[in-house]
Design a protein around this ligand. Structure first.
Ligand code: FAD
Length: 497
């Protein structure tokens, strides 16, 4: 088969770039190894429930924001979204709560009540952070490729935003903790738990400007999608087909196909078929798998091999629960981030203390009558799910152990649930590996390093001139960041007319 652009993987990144290119008239073929598209954004369906495999928090669905811009161009309607108010509630180990995403006044009032020892510093921290985050998000709206633009062009754009831009330049690649002066340990843990959820790292790991984008986003407006992110994936796949592109499922790709001169010319499928691509190959696989599986390690430059070895990701453990309506009525909100221990004498460890509780909204229950579908997320070190188990029974035992620990923690953090919830199923890094083939089942963005905010080159570039990578491991910041990178790449390959 021949096409102009072949896209390997039908996650949100692959689907978005394929939809845009097909709409702009390119001959596009998307290959997905599973029977359905969506990857990590797919739902988990069982017993009449449809569970999101996410926090159910989607940003950038406001007017003119990235998702609206993309769908304004496509020939299908966007999925139905609703603004969340609040985005979520953070519940601390002493059961104090802060609703994040209510009005600024209410939020600042909660900060003063919950963190009386550092009230002014906490409020001031958020005001500065919101200014930086809002300004950066405006700039990203104007230029989806801002993060990788040259230093000169970035400086020019930042200076156009006056004092806020100058402050962003001054913050450079500061880690967040450098901006937490004067705040209490309790407040820092409040920030750690949120950052870990939104950016895969704590306040020592996440650069200040990345934290500013993530924390200001949840403050100023997140959305829920009817049907979850799977509905977004389905619309994008419809759009590809509607504009003449091809979406082939059950089509696992083995590796890149090279010609006799050593240039990548397309991909070889596991079935033995070859798909050639005259313009570009887009990998929607993680950076590790893009090189390890598609390019081949023997063709990967040594400096990239070295970098890949240093990159880290987290694993996810999910509990899929059924919740009774009357248990839902007792909750502080549909989304709760809970922390069960302050971890006063240690580095922040998300694995054993924090959970994210995501109940399907009452207008989109995705469950049998009288019930709601709930997803509870815990962080887990991925290696342990692969290294110590010789057979399936051992993995099941590990899963049972994790389930019991998370279940106990959930009831400790949210005693109001009582007997109103029951476990339908679970998901662990092994399951993620089976469903997505991501290295060690690691999901979400890479763990940040604390210093790198401006990547210095477009995140979708690879060592090969006609191979591009669009995935959450090359663009941190949830689906919005992946979509932004997909738009930037589409603009490079087929500029809008
Ligand atoms: C627990 C959790 C909660 C999250 N919550 C949110 C949230 O609330 N809001 C938000 O915005 N983001 C959230 N995210 C992030 C977001 O869901 C993911 O980062 C995103 O879906 C990843 O998309 P991707 O494009 O990188 O590709 P992936 O989802 O990784 O998809 C890659 C695709 O490639 C396919 N594939 C792999 N190998 C091959 C092959 N050889 N041949 C063909 N196809 C192949 C896979 O089957 C898969 O379909 C969350 C992530 C996690 C893990």
């Amino acid at each position: 088969m021949e096409c102009e652009v072949v896209v390997v993987g039908g996650g949100i990144g692959g689907l978005t770039v394929a939809a845009l290119l097909a709409q702009r008239g390119m001959n596009v073929c998307l290959l997905e190894r599973q029977p359905d598209v969506g990857g990590c954004a797919a739902n988990f369906d069982k017993f009449g429930y449809s569970f999101e495999q996410s926090y159910g928090l989607y940003s950038s669905w406001g007017p003119d924001e990235i998702h609206r811009r993309i769908f304004a161009e496509l020939s299908v309607e966007p999925p139905e979204v609703h603004a969340l108010d609040p985005s979520y509630v953070v519940r601390l180990p002493d059961q104090c709560q802060v609703a994040v995403g209510k009005s600024v006044e209410q939020f600042e009032q909660s900060l003063r009540e919950v963190f009386p020892g550092c009230a002014d510093a906490a409020v001031e921290f958020y005001r500065r952070l919101n200014l930086a985050g809002t300004t950066l998000r405006q700039l990203l709206q104007e230029d989806a490729d801002l993060l990788s633009s040259s230093k000169a062009s970035r400086t020019y754009k930042l200076l156009s935003k006056g004092r806020a831009g100058a402050k962003i330049m001054a913050a450079g690649s500061d880690p967040l903790f450098a901006h937490l002066n004067g705040t209490s340990f309790r407040f820092r843990r409040f920030v750690d738990a949120q950052l870990q959820t939104l950016a895969q790292g704590n306040s020592s790991e996440v650069p200040y400007l990345q934290a500013a984008i993530a924390l200001s986003e949840v403050q100023q407006g997140m959305f829920a999608i009817r049907g979850g992110s799977a509905a977004l994936a389905a619309r994008l796949a419809d759009s590809i087909k509607a504009s003449g592109g091809s979406v082939r499922v059950n089509a696992p790709v083995l590796r890149l196909a090279y010609n006799s001169a050593g240039h990548a010319v397309g991909v070889d499928l596991v079935s033995g078929e070859k798909v050639t691509a005259s313009r570009a190959i887009v990998s929607n696989l993680t950076v590790w798998d893009t090189y390890g599986k598609l390019v081949g390690l023997n063709r990967t430059p040594p400096e990239i091999r070295k970098t890949l070895q240093k990159l880290r990701g987290w694993g996810a453990y999910l509990m899929f629960l059924s919740m009774e309506d009357n248990a839902a009525a007792a909750l502080a909100g549909d989304r709760l981030l809970t922390l069960t221990d302050w971890q006063a004498d240690s580095e922040y460890d998300p694995e054993n203390q924090q959970l994210f509780f995501n109940a399907a909204p009452s207008w989109d229950r995705r469950a049998p009558a009288g019930k709601r579908a709930v997803t509870v997320h815990a962080f887990t070190e991925p290696e342990s799910w692969f290294t110590f188990h010789s057979d399936e029974e051992e993995v099941e035992a590990r899963d049972q152990q994790m389930l019991e620990a998370c279940w106990e923690r959930l009831h400790k953090a949210m005693p109001e649930l009582g007997s109103g919830v029951e476990v339908i199923d679970t998901m662990n890094p092994r399951g993620y590996y089976d469903s997505t083939r991501r290295k060690l089942g690691m999901v979400g963005a890479l763990v940040p390093t604390g210093t790198q905010f401006w990547p210095g080159q477009a995140s979708y570039l690879t060592s090969l001139p006609n191979l591009f990578n669009i995935s959450d491991t090359s663009s941190a910041g949830g689906l919005a960041a992946i979509s932004r990178a997909a738009l930037a790449l589409a603009d490079k390959l087929a500029p809008r007319r």
